[in-house]
Design a protein around this ligand. Structure first.
Ligand code: NAG
Ligand code: NAG
Ligand code: NAG
Ligand code: NAG
Ligand code: NAG
Length: 521
């Protein structure tokens, strides 16, 4: 095993991965000692890299929402002496950490990057997750004035116009100088001098947060230290072009109070040093690099630099709480036959019942019928003919296209699998239709209805999952799920009556694993 693994590392040299910075040093100092074949390989790889980079530059990169009106009708920002304000009056040295209040929503302030041009449409995404001012604090930073409606004031954060950035130099030919305005949101929000803030959370106007899960994630970190928390893009090439160490603002990121304070002191000088950068996120990361603070990756923040259907990604969510969804204008609605906003509205039902368990996958087997069952709680259930292993099922299926609109499997920063390897194994998908709490038992009951689409002919001599119309999933709410070490939930097929299936989902029992005991000898 070991020997073949060593070999395979050389043979399956990923032509896209290698060139990130490599071509210069390799063709220079090491070139002569390399065998001929290697040199050709490097040339090929470099050429591929150049072609890809050009493509990346010519097609508009990820920030479609960053196209703003060029005139900034800015109002002067009220300056405040932020130096005197501290995030928490009591430092952990004076008071044991166990005595300090747990981080809640009230300790965060959201900074939403928005543009006047898209505001009337994008505000609907904010309304989906925003809670009134008593519970949440946040500011939408706009480039110019927008029409506001009195009846909306409770369902949206306050709106402000960003400060004038015309004094900053911007020299990127592909991007837009609104990037400077957006990268300064954290600093501008800090200067408002709000009290008792532990975290600054950045998001776009088309980012949807699951705020309970955001709290769960930020609670793991000490807000008195320097933290820059977020995630990369799904697109391997985007991550090469920008950085694997950059938080993508569309997926959202969080900056601890002391770090925001340190940033505010130097950001305007820092921004001037990088006029050639493309966007706001790379400007932010450049300043983080100057501060020496690396990205702390949390995989629940989702940039979603993909096209098509998010199904594969959502149905195999990593074992971590789902914190955000982005690019919802770009992808198809997450539930079929409804609008994008309606689909997200629908997701609020499972969020209210058991936010920690949202989208969490569990994998089990219907032994009677010989099927594999995958539950993505609160979203969808899939039934496959035959046995698919958990290591296969936990890979996202490529129901989506990459950021360059291809179905390429090499374009992602993680493993993916084809939707089916055999026509018989096209999944039968059931989407969540309703969900409720059974107050007699305190168990959630969610119902999933089959999405009727054509299936290829299958000659396998086994039960056809098309006979099932409805799947019912029983799950006890588990708000403390993420206080334990990460582990997938277990599921059990309780009964498989004709036309319906009942599944129990929950913490795995002692010795319980996802396996099918084979009876063959
Ligand atoms: C921004 O500042 C520049 C000069 O610093 C000024 O010419 C311009 O009018 C200002 N823009 C707005 C919208 O106030
Ligand atoms: C708010 O008022 C506007 C017009 O005054 C109306 O078009 C809109 O539907 C109202 N929105 C809500 C949420 O009631
Ligand atoms: C500035 O901070 C002081 C407290 O330090 C506060 O009273 C005042 O309202 C703040 N001003 C603004 C504009 O936020
Ligand atoms: C799609 O929605 C329409 C209108 O809401 C409804 O009449 C139709 O039956 C739905 N189709 C499916 C396949 O659910
Ligand atoms: C359900 O939860 C409520 C409130 O937490 C509690 O009072 C009740 O005893 C629970 N019922 C069962 C059957 O566990």
């Amino acid at each position: 095993m070991k020997v073949t693994q060593n070999n395979s590392e050389k043979i399956f040299w990923d032509p896209i991965r290698i060139p990130s910075g490599a071509p210069i040093t390799m063709s220079g100092s090491q070139g002569k000692s390399l065998p001929k074949l290697m040199v050709w390989l490097i040339l090929f790889v470099s050429a591929t890299y150049v072609v890809y980079t050009l493509k990346l530059l010519s097609s508009s990169p990820s920030c479609d929402e960053d196209i703003f009106l060029s005139r900034h009708n800015s109002i002067p920002l009220q300056k405040n002496d932020t130096a005197s304000i501290t995030s928490s009056k009591i430092s952990p040295l004076q008071l044991g950490e166990e005595n300090e209040e747990k981080t809640g929503l009230k300790h965060m302030v959201f900074g939403i990057a928005a543009s006047a041009k898209l505001w009337q449409k994008r505000k609907e995404y904010i309304k989906l997750w925003w809670k009134p001012e008593r519970k949440m604090r946040g500011i939408v930073w706009l480039d110019s004035h927008v029409k506001t409606y009195r009846n909306e004031s409770g369902s949206l954060p306050q709106l402000r116009i960003s400060g004038n950035t015309s004094r900053f130099s911007y020299k990127n030919k592909q991007g837009h100088r609104s990037a400077i305005r957006i990268s300064r949101i954290v600093s501008e929000t800090l200067r408002l001098g709000m009290e008792n803030i532990r975290w600054f959370v950045m998001g776009d106007d088309d980012t949807v947060f699951v705020t309970d899960n955001l709290v769960r994630i930020l609670n793991k970190y000490d807000h008195n230290q320097y933290y820059y928390i977020g995630s990369s893009s799904e697109s391997h090439l985007q991550n090469i072009y920008f950085s694997y160490g950059m938080a993508y603002g569309g997926g959202g990121f969080a900056i601890s109070y002391p770090l925001a304070k340190a940033l505010e002191k130097m950001q305007d000088r820092c921004i001037q040093r990088y006029p050639g950068l493309y966007g706001s996120d790379d400007r932010m990361q450049a300043c983080m690099a100057e501060l020496g603070v690396p990205l702390t990756k949390e995989l629940g923040f989702h940039q979603y630099d993909v096209y098509g259907n998010l199904f594969g990604l959502l149905a195999a969510h990593p074992v971590t709480p789902l914190v955000s969804l982005h690019h919802l204008d770009v992808v198809e609605p997450i539930f079929p036959n409804v609008t994008r906003v309606q689909a997200l509205q629908h997701l609020k039902i499972p969020i209210s019942l058991d936010s920690a368990g949202l989208m969490q996958q569990s994998i089990c087997y219907d032994k009677m019928n010989g099927w594999t069952v995958s539950v993505s709680w609160g979203f969808a259930v899939q039934i496959f003919r035959g046995v698919l292993s958990p290591r296969e099922m936990e890979m996202p299926s490529r129901t989506f296209l990459n950021w360059y609109k291809r179905g390429d499997y090499k374009a992602y920063a993680f493993n993916t699998r084809p939707v089916m390897r055999n026509p018989c194994q096209k999944p039968f998908v059931f989407y969540m239709s309703k969900a409720r709490m059974n107050y007699g038992t305190n168990i959630t009951v969610s119902e999933y209805t089959r999405h009727i689409v054509p299936h290829p002919k299958c000659g396998w001599n086994m039960a056809n999952p098309a006979e099932v119309d409805k799947v019912e999933v029983l799950k006890k709410p588990d708000p403390l799920l993420w206080n334990r070490s990460p582990r997938r939930n277990c599921c059990r097929v309780l009964e498989s009556k004709k036309k319906s299936m009942v599944i129990d989902v929950g913490e795995c029992r002692e010795g319980e694993i996802s396996e099918v005991l084979t009876t063959k000898t």
